[in-house]
Write a protein that binds this ligand. Structure first.
Ligand code: SF4
Length: 272
């Protein structure tokens, strides 16, 4: 019963965000001919880092001819760190990316597809055993570099779900990662099949693919630490010209105001 309510609210959240951010269908934004490895690298680089810095770092890796497991494994660690430098913890991410590359070369002939062909739990354990890969990063790789239908429990999802109060009484900000993931995945199990333009065996994967993207864009434009509920979304300067520009010029405010508990509470307080 509780899952039925949560399921309906999460589905409503998805459809509302999808209508507002209809211009964002192209996640994960890719630049190279090695999409799976690019996602793996990007998932590490984006830790504690704005996407704009990741875009630049990935482009420099491509220009240098280093966006492959072989090239990264052979690169000088100091040079690699300098190349990805605007990204936080670049001196730790450089050897981390090289260790991940060496693992791919040693066990999968450098082919990420062979790694991701494993079943979910075995794959997740293997990814978590590698440097610079925690739960959020492992799940990001599984969702965007492969076809595993996982829900990513990042700070954005926790904050958005808590503010909207999508499941009253449940503390999305503090509950353990795996518990939140299991809750949301159970409540959204049939969501892929309820959306007209998602169909087939991978519908639930496409649902999670888009849902995470929509949560992210909602949080980088509106549901920031200091929310922009009644304001146009915060402008970002992405290298990818498909992202944001036209939509942000026309945006009139957060699309979730009608269902957001935090927003309604604030309005009530302002009237008192
Ligand atoms: S209405 Fe405001 S607090 Fe609620 S989700 Fe939108 S930006 Fe966040």
């Amino acid at each position: 019963m509780m899952h039925t309510t949560l399921s309906a609210r999460l589905f409503a959240l998805y459809t509302t965000l999808a209508a507002h951010f209809a211009h964002e269908p192209h996640w994960w934004p890719l630049w190279s001919q090695r999409p799976q490895f690019e996602v793996m690298v990007g998932a590490v680089l984006v830790q504690q880092t704005r996407w704009e810095a990741v875009e630049g770092a990935v482009q420099r890796l491509i220009a240098q001819g280093w966006l492959s497991p072989q090239a990264l494994a052979e690169a000088g660690t100091g040079e690699l760190a300098a190349l990805i430098r605007p990204c936080a913890f670049h001196t730790q991410k450089a050897p981390g990316l090289q260790a991940i590359s060496r693992h791919l070369l040693a066990h999968y002939g450098g082919d990420p597809a062979a790694l991701f062909a494993q079943e979910r739990q075995a794959l997740r354990q293997e990814l978590l055993a590698l440097p610079r890969i925690g739960r959020e990063t492992a799940d990001t790789m599984m969702l965007y570099a492969s076809d595993h239908p996982v829900f990513i429990v990042d700070a954005y999802a926790r904050r958005l779900f808590a503010r909207v109060d999508v499941f009253p009484g449940y503390d999305f900000l503090r509950r353990p990662y795996d518990e939140v993931q299991a809750l949301v995945e159970a409540a959204t199990a049939d969501c892929g099949l309820r959306i007209a333009d998602l169909s087939g065996r991978s519908a639930i994967h496409l649902f999670h693919w888009r849902f995470h993207a929509l949560i992210t864009v909602a949080c980088i434009h509106h549901c920031l630490t200091k929310p922009r509920c009644d304001l146009p979304g915060a402008r970002r300067r992405f290298l990818d010209p498909r992202k944001c520009a036209e939509h942000c010029l026309a945006c009139g405010g957060c699309p979730l105001r009608g269902v957001c508990n935090a927003y309604q509470e604030q309005r009530t307080k302002n009237k008192e």
